[in-house]
Every structure is written in C-alpha cells, then in structure tokens.
Design a protein around this ligand. Structure first.
Ligand SMILES: C[S@@+](CC[C@H](N)C(=O)[O-])C[C@H]1O[C@@H](n2cnc3c(N)ncnc32)[C@H](O)[C@@H]1O
Ligand code: SF4
Length: 441
C-alpha cells in the first residue's frame, strides 16, 4: 500500500494539523517506496512543522513519521505501596515468559533504525533489577538513543550508586516525590521512610553530578584530571583537549515528579521551593493524577475518587502563581486542559469506577498514537498503555517496524477521538506542561 502513496497525477496531500485538515501541494509524482516519499523535502518540511498525520486525499493514513518514544516495561513488581498504583500487588514470577534480552536488543536496533529517539523505562520499579537496568542504559546510549527513566529513589542509597546513575545511567533521571511534606509523601507511597529515600537519592545524584562536572567531562568524552572550570566550561590545564565544553549529552538532567491531587496541590509553592532551591533539582514535573494504575476491578477506585481536585480553578490559580514566581514557562493550553480534565470527571460522576468509568474528558487531549510505542514485559506492542485498542506481539526482527507502519494505522484512526482519562498523562498528552525554550531539545 505504501508503494502507491500518490498516483501519477496527484500533487496534493491532506495533512491533519490539530483538528484541521489542510491541503498541501507536494511536488512528487510516482514514488516507489515509503522511504523515498518521506525523504522528499516537502514531507520533511511537514514533519519539521509537526505535521505527522499526512493523509491521502481519500482520507486514508498513508505517511507517517517515526515513533519518538519507546516505553519498555522492564518488570512489574515494586517495593513501595502507592495508593495510586497497584504494581506492588504484582510479581515477576512468570519472567520465563518475558521478552529475551537478545530480542530487546533487536528491538532497540530496529527502533533506532526507523528513526526512534528515546527509550523510556517502565515498571514496576525498574531499579529492582539493577544490573539489567544499567545494562539497558548502556545499550540504549551506545545506539545513540536518549534514555529517560522514572524511579522511586529507593535503590539510590550511596554516593557510589548515585555516581553510577549520573555517569552510566539514563540521560534524564526522574525521581518520584509526591510532596515536600514527609508525612504526605509517605502516606501516598504507602511506606514510611520512602520520602527520605527519594529526597536522599536526588541529593546524592546532584552531588555526584557536581563532582562529575568538577572533574570536567568534555565534549570529547574524556574526564580531565587537571583542569580549570571557567564559566562552567572545562579547560584542561595540560591543553590535552580543545573542546572546552561539557558534553550536554553526558550530563544527565535530574528531575523530581509529583502526582497532582487534592491532597497536595494547595502547597505547590513550598513544594517548588523545596525541589528547586533546597534540593536543587532541575525541574519539578507535574503529573496529573489518573485512575489508579493497574486497578481494573469493579470494587472501586477509592484513591481516584477521593483525591479528585474539587476546585480546578483554584488549582489553576496555584499553578499560575508558581509559574510567575519560579518562571516555569507553563503552557496555558495545557493548564486549560487540566481544568477541563477535572471538570469532566466531576460532571461524569463516575470517578469511583476509575478505569471502568464509562465517561471521559470533554475533548480528546492525547496524541500517543503519533509518537509512542509501549512494549510490555511479554513483548506486546501497543500505541498506549490502555488495553482497549489491542496490540501486536513483537517476536522477530522486522516486527517493530511492522507494528508502527502496518498494524497501527486503523488503531490511530480510532484513537484520534479517544477521551479516556489517561489522556492527561505526561507520557501521552498532546500539550506539554511547559513551553519549551529554544535551547531545549
Ligand atoms: C508507574 S511509576 C514507575 C516508576 C517508579 N516505580 C516510580 O514510582 O517512580 C511512574 C510514575 O507514574 C506515576 N503514577 C503511578 N500511578 C499513577 C496515577 N494513577 N496517576 C498519575 N501518575 C501515576 C508514579 O507516581 C511515578 O511517578
Ligand atoms: S507508582 Fe512506582 S513506586 Fe508506586 S507502586 Fe507504582 S511502581 Fe511502585
């Protein structure tokens, strides 16, 4: 099908831009392969401007850019007991059925080949299998992929482990911290002492990163024992390197991330102050609470029901005040969607049912179909975490590509109008919470 994207006389494509269908002139005639079409300057330009859904005039999805993120589930057990998640009720006893290491490596190769950019770990708590965790980081980075990872911080207890995280771990490390108040975090996470571990993990990694920068890791990838740091740049005294600049790729970002719920949002100002000024992390990411992860029993979703933000206008006011004070660069459209999300849940009156709620958000706010592949421990690939849309088992070389380009188009069409509550998740939402600065990748 992809061999005949355009007929001989066709010089126009339809492009979905947000909700609008644009007609775009495109000076290509017969294009024998998909890659040749994607390589045309016109299509490249469209992709650069964020137009990923390119339709043939008959309305069928024909051209697609590569996936950006591969979410790879590494395990499904956990050592905490969060109220908003049920992974701690699972185990890895059936790991004999998991995707083999060799197949995972094949998948990484293929993801890179088709133009994927970032591997994201998914758990459970990925650091419970610590050797595999660092091995995966090494393999992803060796392939030129970025590597993002969210962890609960319980397995970063020493400066040695923190040093390994910043030098041989993910390119973006996020530790979940759900409040600056120890009691609130521990209550949400279901384990006393989890706050201290999470905060200590962040402090240790920030210290490890400071030490790494002081030793002077240059763009060339070498650490120069003897150096001067001038305006943040490494200048080796022996002149052995002329890079005179840190490799931004080698220095990981260190973030904290919180769920946002009724219990913790009013005090966001002090929380930002704690994370940015006391701990010194690069960012506090806001992760709006969704129905409890993994909870699909009709017994009810108590956490989701009771932790709904009852006054979304007040939440927006609090976030706007933090935005002004801490110069966060909050995206107004995202904030509007957050308010709409909580208002929709209140209007639906079925929060108690969690994922089984028949209601959704008033408007679709997710675009996971455009950028994500979610791969579970068994090797089933999906376009989102929800099981509603089906998936394909990735079993042999070529399957990931097949999943993205051949299996998924009809699913994408259905997902365009999906209004499930998970659309607000930081992994799948259309709108980023902050407006990216030009210097950020
Ligand atoms: C599933 S956890 C896996 C990584 C690790 N165990 C951790 O907690 O950081 C990834 C992130 O999803 C968040 N999360 C879990 N359940 C959630 C829910 N129902 N709504 C929003 N975020 C949730 C967690 O708080 C955590 O920050
Ligand atoms: S959110 Fe993370 S730490 Fe909490 S139970 Fe789920 S997997 Fe474990």
């Amino acid at each position: 099908m992809l061999n005949h994207v355009l007929g001989e006389d066709e010089t126009r494509l339809a492009v979905l831009s947000g909700e609008r269908l644009l007609q775009v002139d495109i000076q290509v005639m017969i294009l024998p392969t998909f890659n040749q079409l994607v390589a045309t300057p016109e299509v490249k330009l469209l992709h650069e401007h964020g137009h990923d859904n390119i339709y043939h005039p008959d309305g069928k999805l024909n051209v697609r850019g590569p996936p950006t993120f591969l979410f790879m589930q590494t395990n499904k057990r956990c050592n905490l007991r969060c109220g908003h998640c049920t992974f701690w009720k699972l185990d890895d006893d059936d790991r004999a059925r998991y995707l083999s290491w060799d197949m995972k490596m094949e998948i990484l190769d293929e993801f890179k080949e088709i133009g994927g950019q970032t591997l994201v770990t998914c758990g459970g708590e990925p650091m419970l299998d610590v050797d595999d965790y660092f091995r995966l980081c090494t393999e992803a980075k060796a392939r030129g992929l970025k590597m993002f990872s969210v962890v609960n911080g319980t397995k970063i207890k020493t400066i040695e482990r923190a040093e390994r995280m910043v030098s041989g771990g993910p390119t973006e490390i996020t530790v979940s911290v759900d409040s600056h108040v120890e009691k609130i975090h521990d209550r949400v996470r279901g384990v006393r002492g989890s706050f201290k571990m999470a905060v200590s993990a962040l402090r240790l990694m920030i210290e490890a990163r400071r030490k790494m920068l002081a030793v002077g890791l240059c763009k060339c990838g070498q650490s120069h024992e003897s150096h001067l740091v001038v305006n943040g740049y490494c200048v080796p005294k022996d002149g052995s390197c002329r890079c005179q600049s840190y490799s931004s790729r080698a220095v990981p970002k260190i973030y904290a991330m919180t769920i946002v719920c009724e219990r913790n949002y009013r005090d966001l100002d002090r929380f930002y102050d704690f994370v940015l000024n006391d701990i010194g992390a690069d960012k506090l990411k806001l992760n709006i609470m969704q129905p409890t992860f993994g909870q699909v029993t009709p017994s009810g979703d108590e956490f989701f029901e009771t932790e709904q933000v009852k006054d979304p206008e007040n939440l927006a006011k609090v976030i706007n005040e933090c935005n002004d004070k801490y110069k966060l660069g909050i995206n107004g459209e995202w904030l509007r969607q957050v308010k709409m999300y909580f208002s929709s849940i209140a209007a639906g009156k079925t929060a108690k049912l969690g994922w089984l709620s028949p209601n959704g958000t008033d408007e679709p706010i997710c675009n996971t179909y455009d950028r994500n592949i979610m791969l579970d421990v068994y090797g089933k690939a999906q376009l989102c975490f929800a099981d509603d849309y089906g998936g394909m088992n990735v079993e042999k070389p070529g399957d990931l590509r097949k999943f993205w380009y051949e299996f998924s188009p009809p699913i994408r069409d259905k997902m365009l109008t999906c209004t499930r509550y998970c659309g607000i998740s930081h992994s799948v939402r259309r709108e980023s919470a902050t407006i990216r600065r030009p210097s950020e990748s």
